[in-house]
Design a protein around this ligand. Structure first.
Ligand code: SF4
Length: 404
């Protein structure tokens, strides 16, 4: 079985941004107000001054994949879930500036109090993976699972990297959210709700895993003992997801056809080339990578696990790392005693993460100093309550950490 994606991405409509034809997709393409020029030599001083003027009223969160110029001003760094919880732990800060992508800011809005406002410095900082599961498509999928007679035996498990509406769908249908750290625990819990994993062929319950097929497959096969044949891929662009009723009935994992446009590009060839070129190298990759890549790696883990593994490794060890380039570059700077290389020559930064740059951060902070809140992220209260139910189920999972 081939685990597609990097070579055959889900079809996306071609769109000329800035034409006003698709306001959802074009959110934030233009920033209202005076965005400082990237060439402004005073940007660093302006960011410092604005942050100092705001003091404890602002709490700046910086995702691991952000640029150095932005991370410089972050009060805390981390993965999306840790950052959302960090924000919730600072109820005294009325403004949370989230240097990350849209779904992360939504999660922070859901987990913080009504008195706090979450700001995304550039609304165009979306996530291609999250955008691969639209709520209408997911509702349509569920209707078809119901019509096929399998919805009753199916429970949704949704990765943190998803829109609030998808988290709300999950909450409505009794499912849970997961991170890349606790995906195994979340799947164990989900299968228990529908009769147990039964990796020996005795199980009948199913999980609908959204939106990252790779994390779902890697966890189910490598950690739960299910087989690749137990996994089917639901393609929202094909009638009935491209699956027959028999395939649905026999499946244990119904994987949404979504993937990360960064991690999905790492290849088996790159792993093999690294092993040829760097004697004794260890390969560590994120579980959003394709199954074949993960199988070829020495270690697999969340961004936090990657950082901890390299930090704990003996000096003089060699690593090639398959995750976002900003993080890998920072790891190489922080741990000069290790030889750290990026896994793939043909993969670059997460382009949407990189939308958050110093001009946008300065603009967001200076606007707050002037009493203007730009780019607030407000999740609809009904959606937020249902999404919160799914997030709370995750928080109740045994041993759940803050890390993804
Ligand atoms: S790295 Fe991948 S999953 Fe993370 S924000 Fe970018 S596109 Fe989304």
């Amino acid at each position: 079985m081939t685990t597609d994606t990097a070579s055959a991405p889900a079809p996306l409509p071609l769109l000329v941004l800035g034409q006003g034809t698709d306001l959802h997709t074009e959110r934030g393409v233009e920033c209202p107000g005076d965005l400082p020029a990237a060439s402004d030599p005073d940007l660093v001083e302006r960011a410092r001054a604005a942050k100092a003027a705001l003091g404890d009223r602002v709490f700046v969160l910086g995702h691991h994949y952000q640029r150095d110029e932005v991370i410089e001003y972050a009060d805390v760094t981390g993965d999306s879930f840790k950052l959302a919880r960090d924000a919730a732990a600072r109820p005294d800060a009325p403004y949370i500036v989230f240097c990350g992508v849209h779904f992360m800011a939504e999660s922070a809005d859901i987990l913080t109090s009504d008195q706090q406002t979450v700001i995304l410095p550039d609304l165009a900082a979306g996530c291609s993976m999250a955008d691969m599961a639209a709520i209408a498509q997911v509702e349509d999928c569920w209707e078809q699972l119901t019509a096929a007679g399998v919805a009753e035996q199916t429970i949704p498990v949704t990765y943190m990297n998803s829109a609030a509406a998808i988290k709300a769908f999950t909450g409505r249908h009794g499912g849970t959210i997961c991170t890349s750290s606790n995906a195994r625990t979340a799947l164990d819990w989900a299968f228990e709700q529908v009769g147990g994993v039964g990796s020996d062929g005795t199980g009948t319950g199913k999980v609908l895993f959204l939106p990252d097929q790779h994390l779902g497959r890697n966890t189910a096969v490598r950690e739960l003992g299910l087989s690749l044949d137990d996994c089917v891929v639901w393609d929202p662009h094909r009638p009935n997801g491209g699956l027959t009723r028999e395939q649905l009935e026999n499946a244990r994992m119904i994987l949404w056809r979504g993937h990360c446009s960064v991690h999905g590009r790492f290849s088996v060839d790159a792993v093999d080339a690294a092993r040829r070129e760097i004697p004794g190298v260890k390969v560590i990759v994120h579980p959003e990578c394709q199954y074949e890549v993960v199988e070829r790696a020495d270690e697999v883990g969340s961004t936090e696990k990657i950082i901890q593994t390299i930090a704990a490794a003996p000096a003089g060890t060699s690593w090639v790392v398959g995750t976002e380039l900003n993080l890998v570059r920072r790891l190489a700077q922080q741990f000069p005693e290790q030889r750290i290389a990026f896994l793939e020559k043909n993969v670059c930064y997460c382009s949407t993460m990189n939308r958050i740059d110093l001009p946008h951060l300065v603009w967001a902070l200076e606007s707050l100093v002037e009493g203007r809140v730009v780019n607030p992220i407000h999740v609809d209260p009904t959606v937020a309550a249902e999404a919160r139910a799914a997030l709370d189920r995750m928080l109740a999972l045994p041993g759940t950490t803050h890390k993804d």
